[in-house]
Design a protein around this ligand. Sequence first.
Ligand code: A3P
Length: 319
Amino acid sequence: YLHQEEVVAPEYKDLIFSLPKESGRVASSLYKYQGFWHPVRHLQGIITCQRHFQARGSDFILITTPKSGTTWLKAIVFTLMKRMQYPISQDHPLLSKNPHDLVLFLEHRLYVDNEIPDLSSMNSPRLFATHIPFSSIPKSMKDSRYKLVYLCRNPKDTFVSMWQFCNKLRPQESGTHSLGETFDMFCRGVSMAGPFWDHVLDYWKESRENPHKVLFLKYDDMKENPTVNLRCIAEFLGCPFSNEEEESGMVEEILQLCSFGNLSNLEINRSGKLSSGEDNEAFFRQGKVGDWKNHLTIEMVEKLDQITEQKLSGSGLVL
Ligand code: A3P
């Protein structure tokens, strides 16, 4: 996932090796493409996707900053959209598959290793996910009547979650990423799909200009007010809850099925692997707001807060 050997396809070599690079001593190197940093495998996926993805006006795309709750959002939107086909029951797909195997990432799963998948036979509305920054989303998507649900999270928890995740996925013999070094890189904008703040701001601006196309969500708000946010997603995607559904408690049922406690305790997520090989349990750690307090020093907190204030100033966005 993040530590794959840096194999670059011949047709991408000239382009990729001309890009600014940050050598990863402990993780894979990152390359700066169209203003954002990506591991080489994801980058090739992004470029292939830009060249070949044919958007449909009916597509729904979930876009997130890494470690902002993508797994949760995938579970919620999948369950919501497919509630007629898959009513909540003992054989609901989420009980036997990790959300990442139900809603596939464009650049890590579909357009990966130079594959060009045939997505034309998928029934509409199609549902995909991605971390691709706004400036790099495929042209066909920008030209279509797309609907994007964007999710981000406060930068301190995002950073801690990412640091823990990278350490979890790396081969044991290679040791752990130092917190300090990873932090300095994150602050300089050098992180997967970073700079974090630019990723968030570009989608924030788009959501302000085109609110019917981009729904902007925050993990922290979703944790605080899950029912309000779920109703809002349902409205935005054009599948609001009917009175009967509301009365039957469907909103709460979906949230219960997709809750951290429920998903992280399922056998499939405790001991299973994704079809792409990662351990499912790596996507479930604590699922709480504020774990940064247990990891960051006062200086780190001050520095991140200061960067965030400066970057978001005047945008109307508070993280
Ligand atoms: P922590 O590392 O802070 O626990 P992503 O899905 O984008 O990779 O983000 C992972 C983060 O979302 C992790 O945060 C993980 O524990 C949390 N998460 C996973 N499933 C969740 C759920 N169903 N509800 C809330 N948070 C969840």
